[in-house]
Structure formats: structure tokens, C-alpha cells
Write a protein that binds this ligand. Structure first.
Ligand SMILES: Cc1cc2nc3c(=O)[nH]c(=O)nc-3n(C[C@H](O)[C@H](O)[C@H](O)COP(=O)(O)OP(=O)(O)OC[C@H]3O[C@@H](n4cnc5c(N)ncnc54)[C@H](O)[C@@H]3O)c2cc1C
Length: 436
């Protein structure tokens, strides 16, 4: 535990304006410090609704906010757009990819996680994951292009492959994606095409484990599986994917022709542990001490998805937004104590608030431990909770309106193919298909 006192001109550098970093900088407790907030993107992203951008329900601007704007009235906060590539611990400097360095007195790394392809990095180009707005619009483009190409395809096998969509990984993101893709194909698009029946599309949700939503109680997993099947999703459990190519996926020994594949199976932490040269767990998360400091470095904190925090019961803290926010708030608390010359507060303690996931536009599962909800009621709870956590009235109204419109009209308002028609599974030429 550190009892250091911070001078008023103390320079706090926060890397990452995700859930953890933003919670810290927005805390009134860090008022009085000089703060620099660095992010490689100019926006804070509400990742829990990213799947709705990928599946054409929401527009990108409804779930992302310019970081600079969020702090326009905070003269103590400087926002910098830049990618951090390392940390000079001895010199107390953050290193950026353009060769520049930013000095710090206290550093907080809140750089989140990225996809992990379990050593098969070559799959990334064929099966994009969902982490950024670019990922979401890439998936949206590939999915919509597949329908467009199927409309013009005369070969039945090729058309079948274009109308087969595989989502790999049945955690909340995989379940949410598969449910909406099924609704889009089977309830919305079919009236608009003349040469294909989009209701014949196959939506595969492929999971190596024995059930969907493994973090939920078995009864809610079973409910989610039934709800997905009712929407027309084929749920394949205990079936690991052994290969992905431009023309399809191999599930165990079985090859399925398929031109749109989405990866929702694994994440790995950002390289914060490598930058700091400190031990990491198997997912690459930096092993921090109970104060969330890098071991032996009271001036460096690591929080959120990129940190592995020790817990009294040994259970890992889940990689979810509330955990990152609680850690951001805790670091603000520690810094406030140090500013006042007081001892550090008690070690960080995570409070789990529950798990939520939706299945299509009318069902969800909610698990608070002491209370479990499913179906309509759970969907309403899920919707209200997500609207509450968005930033600002404009976004709340915009998202609520988009959902209301989708509900009454049965239409998705963001069905746009953007970024041109460049390479993706659906775009691969027959030659590509044979050689990739
Ligand atoms: C598709 C999806 C759905 C999800 N759904 C839910 C959900 O329903 N409920 C829930 O609680 N959680 C959900 N999560 C998880 C949740 O979003 C994360 O746990 C949370 O974002 C972690 O917060 P963080 O601050 O650690 O990292 P993030 O919020 O990921 O923020 C990291 C920030 O660091 C920046 N950054 C990264 N590397 C660098 C660098 N080298 N230099 C500069 N900046 C950098 C990034 O641009 C980003 O802004 C979901 C995640 C995804 C991807």
C-alpha cells in the first residue's frame, strides 16, 4: 500500500477512453489534477450495442461520442489522439507510435481487449470480430453484400453458400448477432428480393462448449437456445471450428459452404503487460496488485479488460463494462486519498451486478443471481438499462426511437453497404475461393 502524497500540479496520464478510463476522468475525485487522456480513436464507444450497428438497427453515431466533446468544459483535461506503443517506466514517459513521448507522474492504462483467434491469426481477415465501429460496418457490409450477390447468383451451391451465415462463439455477442441476423433474413428482407427467398437462409451459431451463454444459469441458457431456434438459428453445440476459408467453415470434420463468417469466440488483453514488462495471465491481462497497481509501481495503474485483479475468492473478474467502471472509480478514490495525504483506501472489491443478453427483438435473459428473468420482461429490462447507460439525452432519444421504429415498422433503418465492395468472404472471386 502506498502512502505517497501528490502535489497539486500532478500530471495524470490516462490511456484509453473506454468504460474504465472515462469513468476515472469523469470522476469529480480527480479534480485538481492535470489530466491527459490519450486514445487511438477520437470516440468513446458503447460496445454493448455494437452488434446492432453490425445488424443494421442502429447508426454508428448513435453509440459513439467524440471524446474531445465529452471534456469540452473541463479545462484540466487535455485529449490527445494517438496510439501508445510502450511505457518508459524509469523515465516516466508514455511512448506513442509517432515517436513522441508524454511524461507522467501517475499513469493509468485502460486499453481494453481485442480479438483472439487462438493462434489462427490468418482467420481474422475471413471472420472479423466485433470490437470497433469499423468491425461493425465491415460485418454489416459483408452480410448485406452476401444477400445482394445471392440475388444475382445462378449456381445453386454458390447461392446456398451466400445465404449461409456462421457466427462462431455463443457468448452474449454471438447470441445477439445470430438472433438479429435470423430476424433480418426471415422476417424483413424476404419481401424485397425477386430471385431468392431470404427466409431459406441458414444462420449457424457454432459453439465448442456444451451450451450457449455459458456464464448464465443452465435454465437461462436452455431458454436462450430454444428462443434462437424459434427464430430459425441452427445452434451447433460441442462443435469446435477447425478451419475457416473464404468459401466456408469446417466444423469438426464437416465442411459447410458459407460466405459470411463472424468471430465472437475469444478475446485477449491489450499489450499493457508487455509495455510494462510485468507478468500476465493466459489471456494476456496484466497481473496487478489489490490497489490495481503494476507490482512495485504505485505510480502505474492498470484497469478494466486489460487487468487481472486478485480477488478474495480467487474467481476472475468478468471482462464487462461495470467491472471496468468500478475500477476506474476506485483509482479516482485512491488518487483523491493520495492528494489529501491520506493512506490508500482498502483494496479494490468487485461488486457483480448481473448478466444480461438479448435474443432478437423480443426476448432476453437477465441473471442477478437472486432473480432471473426471461422473455419480454427481461427484454424491457435490458432495453431500459442500456438506454440509461448511454451518454446524453440525444443518444438516448435516438436509440429509443430507432428501437420503437424497428418494432412498429419491422424495418431496420441502417441497412447501408458502406466502404465500397472490397474484399470480404462474400466478395471473394471463384479463384480466391479455390485457393484460400
Ligand atoms: C461486441 C461487444 C459487446 C459487449 N457487450 C457487453 C455487454 O452487453 N455488457 C457489458 O457489461 N460488457 C459488454 N462488453 C464488454 C465491455 O465492452 C468491456 O468489458 C469494456 O469495454 C471494458 O472497458 P475498458 O475500459 O477496459 O476497455 P474499452 O472500453 O475497450 O476501452 C479501451 C480504450 O482504449 C483504447 N486503446 C486501446 N489500445 C490503445 C493504444 N495502444 N493506444 C491508445 N488507445 C488505446 C481503445 O481505443 C478504447 O477506446 C462487450 C464487448 C464487446 C466487444
Amino acid at each position: 500500500m502506498s502512502d505517497q502524497q501528490l502535489p497539486d500540479t500532478h500530471h495524470l496520464v490516462v490511456v484509453g477512453a473506454g468504460f474504465g478510463g472515462l469513468q476515472l476522468v469523469r470522476s469529480p475525485k480527480v479534480g485538481g489534477l492535470r489530466i491527459t487522456l490519450i486514445d487511438q480513436r477520437n470516440h468513446h464507444l458503447f460496445q454493448p450495442l455494437l452488434y446492432q450497428v453490425a445488424t443494421t438497427i442502429l447508426a454508428t453515431s448513435e453509440i459513439a461520442w467524440p471524446i474531445r466533446r465529452l471534456f469540452r468544459e473541463r479545462d484540466d483535461v487535455t485529449t490527445l489522439l494517438g496510439e501508445v506503443t510502450g511505457v518508459d517506466k524509469e523515465g516516466r514517459r508514455v511512448l506513442l507510435d509517432d515517436g513522441s513521448a508524454i511524461p507522467y507522474d501517475t499513469l493509468v492504462l485502460a486499453t481494453g481487449a481485442r480479438h483472439s483467434y487462438f493462434g489462427r491469426d490468418e482467420w481474422e481477415a475471413l471472420a472479423p470480430g466485433l470490437k470497433t465501429l469499423e468491425d461493425a460496418t465491415t460485418i454489416r457490409r459483408r452480410m448485406l453484400l452476401a444477400f445482394e450477390k445471392a440475388e444475382r447468383e445462378t449456381d445453386p451451391a454458390a447461392r446456398r453458400a451466400l445465404l449461409t451465415f456462421a457466427v462462431i462463439g455463443a457468448g452474449p455477442t454471438g447470441v445477439e448477432l445470430a438472433g438479429i441476423i435470423a430476424e433480418l433474413a426471415k422476417q424483413i428482407l424476404w419481401r424485397e428480393f425477386r430471385h431468392i427467398d431470404t427466409r431459406q437462409a441458414r444462420i449457424l451459431l457454432i459453439e465448442a462448449g456444451p451450451r450457449v451463454l455459458a456464464a448464465f444459469p443452465t435454465s437461462l441458457s436452455d431458454y436462450a437456445k430454444r428462443a434462437l431456434e424459434k427464430l430459425g438459428v441452427e445452434v451447433l453445440l460441442g462443435r469446435p471450428v477447425s478451419d475457416i476459408r473464404a468459401d466456408g467453415v469446417t466444423i469438426g470434420e464437416e465442411f459447410v459452404g458459407c460466405r459470411t463468417v463472424v468471430w465472437a469466440a475469444g478475446v485477449a488483453a491489450s499489450p499493457a503487460a508487455t509495455w510494462l514488462d510485468i507478468p500476465a495471465d493466459r489471456a494476456g491481462r496484466a497481473l496487478v496488485d489489490p490497489q490495481l497497481n503494476a507490482p512495485g509501481h504505485p505510480d502505474i495503474f492498470v484497469i478494466g479488460d486489460t487487468a487481472a485483479v486478485p480477488t478474495s475468492d480467487g474467481k476472475p473478474i468478468p471482462g464487462i463494462a461495470p467491472a471496468a467502471k468500478q475500477q476506474g472509480a476506485y483509482v479516482a478514490h485512491v488518487l483523491r486519498a493520495r492528494l489529501a495525504g491520506k493512506p490508500d483506501p482498502a483494496p479494490f472489491r468487485y461488486r457483480h451486478q448481473g448478466n444480461l443478453a438479448t435474443i432478437g427483438k423480443s426476448a432476453a435473459v437477465v441473471d442477478f443471481g437472486w432473480l432471473q428473468l426471461r422473455g419480454w420482461l427481461a427484454w424491457w429490462f435490458w432495453g431500459i438499462a442500456h438506454i440509461f447507460f448511454l451518454i446524453g439525452a440525444r443518444s438516448r432519444v435516438a436509440v429509443a426511437w430507432s428501437w420503437f421504429w424497428t418494432f412498429i415498422s419491422g424495418q431496420h433503418s441502417a441497412r447501408l453497404i458502406t466502404q465500397g465492395r472490397k474484399a470480404g468472404n462474400a466478395d471473394a472471386s471463384p479463384t480466391d475461393r479455390k485457393t484460400t
